[in-house]
Design a protein around this ligand. Structure first.
Ligand code: FAD
Length: 615
């Protein structure tokens, strides 16, 4: 029987990233997935990134992950969202050529020498004494492993809905994962049903582009990967159109025939990706909604109409789509549909994404109640790294809320659980002024280097970048400017007579990079990208100092580990309600315990004192 140090189930976004990072960590890895050619498939929208999500991709890339590099290779339109706001809340986004994205992911995985791809269905997870020992496969028998990362996405008991028609499926064109779902039901883990939906796919040849507005990408595209400077393929524009009163009338008149509104689906859907039915009901006073017509590829006529997902019957879809300007003659290539699937309550997981009750079993991606490629990939990175660490006898890696969006997401999931599909937003991060997309490498590459998961090329590129940043910062800090010199640069500073460092002057609202560079030759000599990075760093330097103290306190609490078998019942000063919450949620550190609803400072102090005593 073949043995692998780590086996990843599923070749979606979580699985690809999990397999890649485990292989980079130097252990032997198998990726078992239903269809080899479907590795890296984008189930829904042909786009990567966005607000909050773009931060996650940057963080994955900072750790030498593959999503950012694949998105750059496949990007056919790059836009930096929130460009007019500060760098902290800007989000890189790219529309991707579906085929190129899949090819890029498959190519990056094929380049990993420690990784074997197996096309098969996992039907069983073998357990002995609460510890994973292997997997059962539908065709190839069994494989032995002590570490499994499960990333089965929307496939567990997946049911596709179009109007009142339902069929089993993991997504359109793929069979669901039933036997594995049945096996997992025996694990006694809390689970539920969630749903999500996708719009119809349109034939671009039947769209009247001549009457539509278009939206081009940025003239100075922002890449996802710190290793890339410019797009690799031809760039395109999207079309823009709108729904109208007639569209809304058609949808409203047929609401009872929608799978989501007709009572056919019990699962909860993603609030932030509303279907056209949701929009018509929830925003009833709005007369129209924008629809972006996104080409799915450079040599593909399929168009993804972003903003009109649905679970209405096909004939209703045809009529509401054709009521939209420019789409009067449109042909639907694939109908919109909703999918309902099993997810597991992520509060059953540790901060390393291991199932608390089963050693060696890790969960990542949509099965943890999240939605989105980026959220899935970021979890895949965490679970894959920790599975590899378990295999190589290293301590698990926990990501702090103070250091990364990855840390924010994992902590939210395992501490609070989900009541609806979870997606990332910048507003979820309390330290967002320091957790910026532009400095993800400064925050995370050193950690990844320490874990041995960064290739030499990136390590060298990072070291040389940091070298330039340090030199530039030192030069800026050493240059003290008088109020007169500052004024001569066209910058208004308070007339208190004090000298200021060029570094702090760089953060003034009316300062320009070129102006400051004109008085600091060592700064002027740096590449433009490093000058811009130093400007971003300077802009937020005062907040960094302020947040650092708070973040230190948080990290201290995160470091105070609580054993999984900690006996809360023995603490007489805790209320019964709190004891039952603690017993159910089993926080793995004091910071997590502090976020449990109803926790009081006094109760936390009692727990901390007992944890310290037990150490
Ligand atoms: P997936 O990408 O689903 O990958 C799962 C993988 O597991 C597949 O490769 C599958 O073959 C494999 N697998 C499953 N069971 C087994 C088994 N037993 N053995 C071997 N392999 C197995 N996200 C959004 O952000 N917004 C949206 O509006 C949105 N709409 C969506 C609409 C639809 C219809 C669907 C299907 C998804 C939608 N998504 C949306 C979600 C997005 O596709 C997922 O968040 C993302 O793909 C999750 O990645 P994942 O790796 O967890 O799982």
């Amino acid at each position: 029987m073949k043995h692998f140090d780590v086996v990843v189930i599923g070749g979606g976004h979580a699985g690809a990233e999990a397999a890649a990072v485990a292989a980079r960590a130097g252990v032997s890895v198998a990726l078992v997935t239903l269809r080899r050619e479907a590795i890296g498939v984008m189930s829904c929208n042909p786009a990567i990134g966005g607000l909050g999500k773009g931060h996650l991709v940057r963080e994955i890339d900072a750790m030498d992950g593959i999503m950012g590099r694949a998105a750059d290779a496949a990007g056919i339109q790059f836009r930096l969202l929130n460009r007019r706001k500060g760098p902290a809340v800007q989000g890189p986004r790219a529309q991707a050529d579906r085929k190129l994205y899949r090819q890029a992911i498959q190519g990056l995985l094929a380049a990993e020498p420690n990784l074997t791809v197996i096309e098969d269905e996992v039907t069983d997870i073998l357990i002995e004494s609460g510890q994973v020992t292997g997997l059962g496969l539908a065709s190839l028998g069994s494989i032995r492993t002590e570490n499994v990362v499960l990333t089965s996405g929307t496939f567990l008991n997946g049911v596709i809905h179009i109007g009142d028609q339902r069929q089993s499926g993991g997504r359109m064109g793929d069979k669901p994962s039933i036997r594995l779902a049945e096996r997992l039901a025996e694990f006694d883990l809390p689970r539920g049903r969630l749903k999500t939906g996708t719009p119809p796919r349109l034939d671009g040849k039947t769209i009247d582009w001549s009457v539509l507005d278009t939206q081009p990408g940025d003239s100075d595209p922002t890449m996802f990967s710190f290793l890339n400077k410019a797009p690799l393929v031809r760039q395109i524009s999207c079309g823009i159109t709108q729904t109208n009163a007639r569209t809304h009338d058609i949808v409203r008149a047929n609401l009872s025939r929608s799978a989501m509104y007709g009572g056919h689906i019990e699962g909860v859907g993603p609030r932030y990706c509303p279907s056209i039915e949701d929009k018509v009901v929830r925003f009833a006073d709005k007369e129209s909604h924008q629809v972006f017509l996104e080409p799915e590829g450079l040599d593909d006529d399929t168009v993804y109409p972003n903003g009109i997902s649905s679970s209405l019957p096909i004939e209703v879809q045809e009529s509401y789509v054709r009521s939209i300007h420019g789409l009067e003659q449109v042909k639907i290539l694939q109908p919109a549909y909703a999918i309902e699937y099993d997810y597991f309550d992520p509060r059953a997981l540790t901060l390393g994404l291991q199932v608390k009750s089963t050693e060696g079993l890790f969960f990542a991606g949509q099965i943890n109640g999240t939605t989105g490629y980026e959220e899935a990939a970021a979890q895949g990175l965490v679970a894959g790294l920790n599975a590899a660490n378990r295999a190589r006898g290293q301590a698990p890696v926990h990501f702090s809320r103070a250091d990364s969006y990855i840390g924010v997401m994992i902590d939210d999931l395992v501490t609070r659980g989900v009541t609806e599909p979870y997606r990332m937003f910048t507003s979820r991060a309390e330290y967002r002024l320091t957790l910026r997309a532009d400095n993800a490498d400064q925050r995370l590459t050193p950690l990844a280097v320490g874990q041995g998961i960064v290739a030499q090329g990136r390590r060298q590129a990072f070291d040389s970048k940091m070298d330039m940043i340090e030199k530039g910062r030192a030069a800026l800090q050493a240059c003290q400017l008088t109020p007169r010199q500052i004024g001569a640069l066209g910058i208004h500073a308070s007339q208190d007579g004090a000298r200021r460092s060029a570094y702090s002057v760089l953060s003034f609202p009316d300062a320009t990079i070129s102006g400051v560079a004109s008085v600091v030759p060592d700064y002027a000599a740096l590449p433009e990208s490093i000058q811009t990075q130093l400007w971003c760093d300077a802009l937020y330097a005062q907040y960094v100092d302020r947040q650092a103290a708070e973040a230190d306190l948080l990290r201290r609490d995160e470091d105070a580990a609580i054993p999984l078998n900690f006996a809360y019942d023995g603490l007489s000063s805790l209320s019964n309600e709190l004891k039952s919450k603690l017993n159910r949620q089993r926080p793995t550190n004091i910071a997590q315990a502090g976020r449990i609803e109803g926790m009081t400072p006094a109760a936390l102090a009692v727990i901390l004192a007992h944890v310290r005593r037990a150490q």
